[in-house]
Design a binder for this molecule. Sequence first.
Ligand SMILES: [Zn+2]
Length: 239
Amino acid sequence: MEFIQNEQLRLLVQIQGKESRITEILDKQSKLPDIISSLKVSLDKAQSTLSEASQEFEGTTKERRRLEGLLQDAEEKARKLKGRIPEIKTNKEYQALLKEIAIVEQEKSDFEEKIIMLLDKSDSLKAVCTEKENIVKKEEQDFLSEKGRIDADFDQLTVKLKELESERAAIESEIEPKLLAEYNKLISIRKGLAVVSVRNDYCLGCHIRVPPQIFTEIKNNDKIISCLSCQRILYWKPK
Ligand SMILES: [Zn+2]
């Protein structure tokens, strides 16, 4: 900063530097929660896929238990019907009973068939659930480690922020009150950019050309000069 003769101008350039870095850090920090949310989408998706598979598995198990209950009832019914055989007196009654028994036996075999089918289905659903559980575990690990990294970044940025804020305060205390007030006003109306350099003869704040006479004066860096169009404080930065 030796190229700036005017001490107040030099302080303004320095404070703007701190200001810009503070803005940059706040901006970075504000984006971190969104990054965490977008990472969580993948985990949420894996969890909901697992939950769907588990529900299907539970539904199959429930249906199988219901059929097992019905099978037990049918077995009981068949046993009772068979128990009546010795009491039968006529052939007609005997034929009717046999028919009834045959119907119940058919029911039993239908239930058994369905139960076996559901057992097979449960086995494959169980395998699907295990696979999905592993995916969820992996996604959880990835999410937590990535979140940990982002949280650590956030904390590191907070430390840097405090440092910059105290440096800004130190510079502030050396700037003349009137000039500081002007600077603060520009910071608030010019979106955080109050002090800018000129490139060629353009103001880097509003990109409007400064008159040749003023440009010559700016190059001396020995007094406070404001841009005629955006009022930002101008200085010259040699290459
Ligand atoms: Zn300007």
